[in-house]
Write a protein that binds this ligand. Structure first.
Ligand code: ASP
Length: 465
C-alpha cells in the first residue's frame, strides 16, 4: 500500500498522499475541522473544509489529501510535521473507537495502575510508554550489534529447566510426560552459560528472560525480568568490567545523547569502603540528583564471598552451615584467600563485581570457580546435603572435562532503562508487566485450570482452607 507516514509529509509538499492512523484530536470550528492524525511516526494536522466529517478520538482513519506548506504564523514547532498540513480530499473511518477508560495525552503517572495494566494496550499509546518501548528496542539492538562485532555468539538456553539457584524461589512447571516431576523456570542461565564455556564457545551472550518468585518492589517487577546475560573464557575481572564499561559508555552516547556520564572511568569501590562511606553497596554518586541527564555509574568490588546464612536461605541444607554466598555459589574466591576457606571463611573475598547506576544495582557478575574440588568445597561450606549436591552433579562432571577459566556479568535491561530514563518503576519500561500483586497485564493470570488439565498431570489441589 502506498502509504505516507505523518512524519514524512514534510518531504511530500504539494503532493497527494494517503495517511493511515488514529484520530488523536479533532477540533471543529464551524465549517472547518482540524484532525490530528497519529501514527507510529507522530502527528500531522489534517484540515477539512467540507463540513461533512465527523469522527471520534481514537477512531482508525484513512485520509487522502494534499500536503501544503503552512503559512509562517501557523507553524507548530512542537511536532516534526509542524511546517505542513494536509488538505483532506477523502476521508474514511476504518474502525470506530469507544471512549477510552483513561486519558492518554498525559504522562499517566497519576492514573490508577490497575486500570492502566488492564488496558495496557491503550496505555502503551501514551507517548511516554511508546517512547520507552522504542528506546528499549534501540538499547537491545545496540547491545546485540556491539557484542556480535566483538565475536560474541547469541545463544538461547532452555526455559524449561531445573532449579537454578540465584537465591530466590523457583517457579515450577509440572511435567505431563513424567508424572509427579517438575521443571523449574530459570532464575538465570547461570549454569548453562558456564556449560557453554566448557563447550568452547568462549564468548556468549543472551538477552534473556529470568524468573524469580520474590516479592515485588519498584525496581523489581514480580515474576520475570530481562537481563543481558554474558560470559567469557580466558579473561579476568578487569576484562569483564572494561568491556561492560565500554559498551554502556558507547550506548549512552548513541542512544541517550542528551545524558552525560558523571565520572569516567567509572569509580571502583570496595565493598568495605562503600559500606563504611555510604552504608549501602549501591551508592548513588550523582552530584545533582534532580538532573535527569546525570548518570553516575560505579563498580562495587571485593565483596566478601559469604554472608551469614539466615533460616530462610535457599542454601540452608543440613541446617548446620553458617555461610551463604553473597552472589551465588559459582562465584570464585580471591586466589590469595583460598587458604582462609578452611580457617576463616567469612574473611574470604569473592571475585564479584556489581554494576551500580544512580543508586540502583543494575547488574552483577563474577569470575567463576572452574575447579571441581573447589566447587565441592563451597557446596560443603554452604551446608549442602549429598542430595542437594546431586542436583549440581552435571556441573561437577563438566568440570572434569577441561574447563577454561571464565567469568561474566548480567546487567538488567529493565533496571538499566528505569535508571537511565529516570522512571519510578521498572513497569514503565516493560510492555506487559505483572502488577505488584502478581496479576498479569491485560490477561487474567494466574488463573484456574480445568479439572481435565489437573487430572492429566495427576495433580490435586488441596485447598488451603
Ligand atoms: N547469574 C547472575 C545473576 O543472574 C549473573 C552472573 O553472575 O553473571 O544475577
Amino acid at each position: 500500500m502506498d502509504r505516507c507516514l505523518a512524519a514524512d509529509t514534510i518531504k511530500n509538499i504539494d503532493t497527494e498522499v494517503t495517511l493511515l492512523g488514529w484520530v488523536d484530536t479533532i477540533r471543529s470550528h464551524g465549517k472547518i475541522a482540524f484532525i490530528d492524525l497519529r501514527d507510529r511516526s507522530g502527528l500531522v494536522q489534517c484540515v477539512d473544509t467540507s463540513g461533512k466529517i465527523s469522527a471520534g478520538n481514537e477512531d482508525v482513519i484513512k485520509i487522502t489529501g494534499l500536503v501544503k506548506k503552512r503559512p509562517e504564523k501557523m507553524i507548530n514547532l512542537k511536532i516534526p510535521s509542524g511546517t505542513v498540513e494536509v488538505s483532506i480530499k477523502s476521508f474514511e473511518i476504518l474502525t470506530k473507537s469507544k471512549e477510552l477508560p483513561f486519558a492518554i495525552d498525559c504522562d499517566g503517572y497519576d492514573i490508577n495502575e490497575e486500570i492502566r495494566m488492564k488496558y495496557r494496550y491503550l496505555d502503551i499509546r501514551r507517548l511516554r510508554i511508546t517512547r520507552n518501548l522504542k528506546i528499549r528496542s534501540q538499547v537491545t539492538t545496540f547491545i546485540r550489534n556491539f557484542l556480535t562485532k566483538r565475536d560474541f555468539a547469541e545463544i538461547e538456553t532452555p526455559m524449561l529447566t531445573k532449579t537454578t539457584p540465584e537465591g530466590a524461589r523457583d517457579f515450577i512447571v509440572p511435567s505431563r510426560l513424567q508424572k509427579g516431576k517438575f521443571y523449574a523456570l530459570p532464575q538465570s542461565p547461570q549454569q548453562y552459560k558456564q556449560l557453554l564455556m566448557v563447550a568452547g564457545i568462549e564468548r556468549y551472550f543472551q538477552i534473556v528472560r529470568c524468573f524469580r518468585d520474590e516479592d515485588p518492589r519498584a525496581d523489581r517487577a514480580y515474576g520475570e525480568f530481562t537481563q543481558l546475560d554474558l560470559e567469557m573464557s580466558f579473561v579476568n575481572q578487569e576484562d569483564i568490567m572494561r568491556l561492560t564499561e565500554e559498551m554502556f559508555t558507547k550506548l549512552v552516547a548513541e542512544i541517550f545523547p542528551e545524558k552525560h556520564i558523571l565520572i569516567s572511568p567509572w569509580p571502583r569501590l570496595s565493598h568495605k569502603e562503600v559500606m563504611e562511606k555510604y552504608k549501602t553497596d549501591k551508592p548513588d554518586l550523582r552530584k545533582n540528583k534532580t538532573d535527569k541527564n546525570e548518570l553516575a555509574f560505579s563498580w562495587t568490588i571485593d565483596f566478601p564471598l559469604f554472608t551469614e546464612q539466615s533460616k530462610e536461605d535457599f542454601y540452608h541444607g543440613s541446617g548446620k552451615a553458617k555461610f551463604a554466598p553473597s552472589h551465588h555459589m559459582f562465584a570464585a574466591p580471591h586466589p590469595d584467600d583460598i587458604p582462609l576457606l578452611s580457617s576463616d571463611p567469612m574473611k574470604v573475598r569473592g571475585l564479584q563485581h556489581d554494576l551500580v547506576l544512580n543508586g540502583y544495582e543494575v547488574g552483577g557478575g563474577s569470575m567463576r570457580i572452574h575447579e571441581k574440588e573447589l566447587q565441592e568445597k563451597i557446596f560443603d561450606l554452604i551446608g549442602f546435603t549429598d542430595k542437594q549436591k546431586m542436583q549440581f552433579e552435571h556441573i561437577l562432571t563438566a568440570f572434569t572435562f577441561g574447563v577454561p577459566p571464565h567469568g561474566g556479568i548480567a546487567p538488567g535491561i529493565d533496571r538499566f532503562l528505569m535508571a537511565a530514563l529516570g522512571e519510578p518503576s521498572v513497569r514503565e519500561v516493560m510492555a506487559f508487566p505483572t502488577s505488584s500483586s502478581g496479576q498479569t497485564a491485560v490477561m487474567d493470570a494466574p488463573s484456574n485450570v480445568t479439572e481435565e488439565q489437573l487430572k492429566e498431570l495427576e495433580i490435586k489441589i488441596v485447598s488451603a482452607k
